[in-house]
Design a protein around this ligand. Sequence first.
Ligand code: NAP
Length: 251
Amino acid sequence: MFDLRGRAAIVTGASRGIGRAIALGLARAGASVIVNYAANRTAAAEVVGEIVAEGGRAIELQADVGDLSQHERLIAAARDGFGRIDVLVNNAGMTRREPFLAATDDAWERTMNVNLKGVYFLSQAVARHMVERRSGKIINISSVHDVRPMADNSIYNITKAGLVMLTQSLALELAEKGIQVNCVSPGAILTDETRDRLADPAHRARVLAKIPSRRVGEPEDVVGAVLLLSSAASDYINGATLYVDGGMLLQ
Ligand code: NAP
């Protein structure tokens, strides 16, 4: 439905979970994809293998998005491998659940670097390429916790709320340069990050009670929103946050 043939995308944190599903979805729509990962090379190589087996183009690339000195590697891989960058999906994210009274400076520093500072400066580096062609799409993967706090996870909540304002601020500045910046905010999605907690029947029941669709989302549930915001179909959508949460925020 969304045609991305001839386009090139960088997806951060694409070795597992939501990022993996996004990388596969973009590739199936025709995009060449940089499959970024932090540590899990085998998983990233599997994603690349899957894309290539389906006739697509992809390159796996290790880079810690929380370390600004590693961003150039990502840009160079896309530029040298595909000759262009049309789409950046800032998906990589982390959380260290810590109650506020026990929260540490280390958790603040690391979570801010990966979830917010890394997104800001990687977007800047990529946008400097996009402005040359006056075209580009930046999509930030936030969370329902950008508006609804999760207990014992204040630092994460703050980074995701910041991501919404980051999205709006960049959208405002980059609109006249032909670049759209939007946010996709998932609800509860079954990934390595959430699997253990959702395996606890009591926790799962509490989560399901909050979701009008009465099911936990799969990573693939997030892909449609990202495809829309990556394609020409969204050329007049800018600064928006699209909640993909089975209606969780309705109640
Ligand atoms: P996940 O299953 O834990 O996967 C995390 C991915 O990010 C992996 O590919 C990991 O690479 C990569 N990554 C982690 N830190 C990185 C870093 N510093 N630099 C580069 N890559 C890094 O996570 P997920 O649940 O799919 O979450 C993806 C995004 O969706 C996050 O931003 C998260 O906050 C957001 N989100 C998730 C949910 C949910 O319910 N799961 C809900 C709302 C929002 P390695 O494989 O190399 O470790």
